[in-house]
Ligand binder design. Structure first.
Ligand code: DC
Length: 224
């Protein structure tokens, strides 16, 4: 394993892990891995290439050869490129998230993305967010956090997030989407969404982002 420290932030859709990971990485000056974006990219690429969701061999090959580039923005967040095309917005739709969750259940796809995710660990350290960062990808991480929040709160956050991006969605539809995604992500046989034994769980339902970021930074400081 690398000598550089890793902070893993896992949790279900809409738990705030992406925003928290971004803020924490910026404060620490560490690299950022949004692992969900990789699964979303495989989904988007499969859709573009018209690969069926049950074509495991082609989906695995797609994940193995994925031409993905993440460029951190100075102002925070990342720009995402697929085959040199800016897909930063395109991968954030609910449709893409749903497909990503289905594709993420496939062993071949997960195996293909494993090394790629570990390669993000470079100097001076890494904040990695996803579903299995603390359990599978970085089991020896310096600190592990698991974020949760009620389904209603997570759907509300997604609603506001997508609305801000000009995407038209219904709150009721988002609640159903999130429940379905939770079920699939938690009940799959490959790397299911679960808190690592040594993760610290934070319920963010009634916390502002700044409060969660402060708690996570305190956990990292405590471990250093
Ligand atoms: O975090 P997200 O909503 O962008 O992730 C999209 C889907 O990708 C999610 O529903 C499940 C899958 N995923 C995964 O299985 N493992 C990860 N480490 C990250 C995401």
């Amino acid at each position: 394993m690398s000598q550089f420290p890793v902070l893993t932030i896992d949790g279900p859709a809409g738990s705030g892990k992406g925003t928290v990971a971004e803020h924490v990485a910026q404060t620490l000056g560490w690299q950022l891995l949004d692992s969900g974006a990789l699964y979303r990219l495989v989904a988007l690429s499969a859709q573009k290439k018209k690969i069926a969701l049950d074509d495991n061999a082609r989906l695995t090959e797609l994940a193995e050869t994925l031409d993905a580039v993440f460029i951190p923005r100075k102002t925070g967040g990342i720009e995402v490129y697929l085959e040199n095309k800016d897909v930063t917005q395109a991968i954030r739709t609910e449709d893409c998230g749903r497909m990503a969750s289905q594709i993420a259940a496939k062993a071949g796809v997960r195996k293909a993305l494993l090394k790629r995710q570990r390669d993000y660990l470079t100097s001076p350290g890494l904040v990695a967010d996803g579903r299995d960062m603390g359990t599978v990808v970085f089991p020896n991480a310096l600190a592990k956090v698991f974020l949760t929040a009620s389904v209603e709160e997570r759907a509300k956050r997604r609603f506001n997030q997508l609305n801000r991006k000009g995407m038209n969605v219904s709150l009721a539809g988002l609640i159903i989407d999130i429940q379905e995604r939770d079920f699939r992500d938690m009940n799959r046989s490959q790397a299911p969404l679960i808190a690592a034994d040594d993760a610290i769980t934070i319920d963010t339902s009634h916390l502002a982002i700044d409060q969660v970021v402060a708690q996570v930074l305190a956990i990292v400081k405590d471990r250093q």
